[in-house]
Structures are given as C-alpha cells and as structure tokens.
Design a protein around this ligand. Sequence first.
Ligand code: NAD
Length: 486
Amino acid sequence: MRQIENFIAGEFVGAASGRRFDKRSPLDNRVIASISEAGMPEVDAAVAAARAALRGEWGALTTEQRVDLLYGVADGITRRFEDFVAAEMADTGQPSHVMRHVFIPRGAANFKVFADVIKNVPTEAFQMDTPDGRGALNYAIRQPKGVIGVISPWNAPFLLMTWKVGPALACGNTVVVKPSEESPHTAALLGEVMNAVGIPKGVYNVVHGFGPDSAGEYLTRHAGVDAITFTGETRTGAAIMKAASDGMRDVSFELGGKNAGIVFADADFDAAVEGIFRSAFLNTGQVCLGTERVYVERPIFDRFVAALKARAEAVKFGRPEDHDANYGPLISQEHRQKVLSYYARAVEEGATVVTGGGVPDMPGELAEGAWVQPTIWTGLPETAAVVREEIFGPCCHIRPFDTEDEVVNLANDTDYGLSTTIWTTNLTRAHRMAARVEVGITWINSWFLRDLRTPFGGSKQSGIGREGGVHSLEFYTETRNVCIKL
Ligand code: NAD
C-alpha cells in the first residue's frame, strides 16, 4: 500500500495532526493508498512556500528561463510515462489505452503548450494625442497574479490538474494544488518530477484532503491565495465563490454539464452512433463534456436506438491492464450509489430501459468494485430528473425530434451550458446550429477534440471564464497599463 504525503516547499511531509485517509481501488474496493490529510498548518505552510518562491528564485527568472523549465517538466513527465499511467489507472480503474493515448500525454502537453503561448504574447500599445502635440504612449504589461489555488476533480485527474498548473506556472505564478481525495497519486508524482527537473522549491505545492472542513475549504478561504481556479460540481463552485468573496479574489470555474447530442437524419449514421457512444460512455460516462441527453431526428430514431444499444452491450468490463477489456468501473462505491439511485429514479419516472440499468456480474474480487452497466433510456418527459440533472455516469436518454427549431429549444432548455455535439452532413445547418446552442463548445461530427490554444469553458451554470491558449492569460495574469508622456 502506497503512503502519500503533502508536497510543500519541495518536501513530502505528513500532517502535524497525523490524520490520514484511505484511497480504495474502484476495481475491487481494496485500500491502495494511505494519504496524509492536510490541516490548517499544512495549508498555511504551502501558501507561505508559494509566496516565498514568488518573491525569490522563481519570481526572478526571465520568461525564457521559465519556459525552459516548463519544457523540462513536460519531458520529465514523458520520462516517467509508465509511472503516471500506472498511478492514474490505480486511482480511476480506467483502461490503459485512455491513459496512454489521451490523459497522460495531454498532461505533458499542458506544460509545453502554455510555455509556447507565453513566449509569443504580443504587447498592446496605443499612441495618443495630447494638447501640447507631443503625445503619449500607452502600453500594457502582464504580471503574474500571485499564489493560485488549484482545486481539481477525479474524473481525468492529471489532465485536469495540469490544465491549470501549466498556464499558472507559465504566467509566472506559484500554485497550491488540492487534488480530489479520490485521485491523489499523479499530483504526488508530479512533485517528484518538479524536483527532478529543478523547479524551485515552493513553486508547486500539494495539499491533500477533502472539501468542507478540510484542505479544500482551508485553501479557498486562505487570505494568502490570490485567485482560485476550480474544476468540479456546480454546487461546489457556489461554495467556493462564497469563500473567495472574502478578499475579492478572482475565480475561474469549470463546472458541471447536462450536454445534448443532436443527430440529424442526414448524418453519417455509423459515425454518429460511434460518436454518441463515445460521448455518452467514455471513461464510464464520467466526463463533464459527456452526452446524457440525445435527440435524434424521427426518421432514423428507431434504427439509431437499436444501433446504440448494440454498441453499449458490446463493452467488455475488466481491469485496466486486461487487453480484452475496454470498460472500467465508476470512481467509488459512493459515486456508484449516486448513479444507481438515478437508474432507479428513471424507472420510477416511467422510462423505457433500452439496455442496462443495473450492475454487471463480475468475477471474484472484482464483484466488490464500483461497476455499473451502460444504460440507455427512452420515453421520459423533459421534466424528468434524469433528463435535467447531471448524473455523471454511463447513461443517456434518447428522444426523437422533428424540426431544427424544436431541437434547439430542447437542447437549450437546461441550467447548464457546457458542450453540444451535432451530427449532420448539411454544412449550412451545422453553422446555423452552432450559433444557436447556448454552450461554451460545439462539436460538429466529432467530440472531445480540441486544440489547447482555443477558449474553453461553460455558459450558464457550467462555469465562469475561459481558459486555453491566450485566453488563460486573462485569469493567470494581472494586466497593467503604463502611460508615458512623450
Ligand atoms: P466535486 O465538486 O465534488 O469536487 C471537486 C474538488 O473540489 C475536489 O478536490 C473536492 O475535494 C473539492 N471540494 C469539494 N467541496 C469543496 C469545498 N467546499 N471547498 C473547496 N473544495 C471543495 O467534483 P467531483 O465529483 O470531483 O468531479 C465531478 C464534477 O466535476 C462533475 O460535476 C463534472 O461535470 C465536473 N467537471 C467539470 C469539468 C469542466 O471542465 N467543466 C471538467 C471535469 C469535471
């Protein structure tokens, strides 16, 4: 069993209180790690270390020196690629191909891409007239915001945490990260990489623990934290926003979703089935951008439901390293209870269960894991809880539609506004629809494909702010104007 400590000022340290908590494997519920739970003293120490680094060696680096170090971090991750894959698989139980081809490479890319962004930021300048005819020159400079609190979730732990740490460090800030209690491994491993590649002590700190009355809340309330970037549930975001209002600290929020998938009759049928299958069921449905509401144009509705059912029933449950398996469990027993309660609720609300709705039979010790069947429903009204609330599991409700206006209204009738995936071969309609759906990102004939230089974030209750490429600079830097009288 692995012992995981907090990472403060370049050292792995336990909590003064001696408090620890267990991480259980989603595969079989075995305890796989014991983690030190940071209290107020550790959060204080982490924030102080981050402040000291800002005022010391890190703050004194040139942009080029910082960029070189961040390339070093990306290379350091790549050198320990197998360790990161193993650590992430241990925490999430997800198949190794997802870790190998998406989650871990994207973690390394998050350092490279933002190093490149910061090297190429232009300066805004305005020459203005003055009454004496000599004029004045205004130009903007960007300075680091300071100590950034990073609070991250468990569903793609390394990718989502580095998506914040990469730009924060590229912009010259220092960070204190609070990873999810369900996924502590890769944040700890990144501390080892930071030391190995020579990142100054205190630039990257990690405090482990939970949210309320634990490291998460202590960090968001800490007066020494200048801004908070958070990825997680909408209601957690609301609690963090209240905490951040003390001291008027800035927030960037990537929150929940209840995303629509829209399939027109003119779509490439097989590509649409495969695309909706991925968007509803990848990572066992634990993707904020996932599709839990599917709308299919009536002429192809029955055929589409049958094809998606066949695809969902073909998944092979198993351990990440099992080459025949392509489907993992949910993150925890607690999350499984939540998802299964929605499975029961759907039936109570009158759904037709097309497939799934329960727990698969798993052999031996896997029977103790957090497994659930991919589940498809039809026949519910749009007012049903499973059509309105984010479930964050491998499930979707499919409903027929007849017109473009109708489906736009259905897609937009939600408190959330994160993403939409639209399947059509009509290019004009694709552009028209993209402008009408109220979300931060629209995919046409694709899903989960994104250049890291593009703006990312959600509308409505799915988030505040945009990160990605130069858009990340808005949050991670303070822009100051300098005006020189000529
Ligand atoms: P969560 O909100 O339960 O927890 C996220 C993090 O916040 C964890 O580290 C947790 O310990 C911490 N936390 C909880 N309460 C806190 C508090 N009061 N103060 C400070 N920290 C607190 O979310 P989760 O279950 O880990 O992740 C799933 C959720 O994340 C889903 O809603 C999903 O849609 C969302 N998500 C959004 C995006 C996006 O980009 N929009 C990406 C991934 C996940």
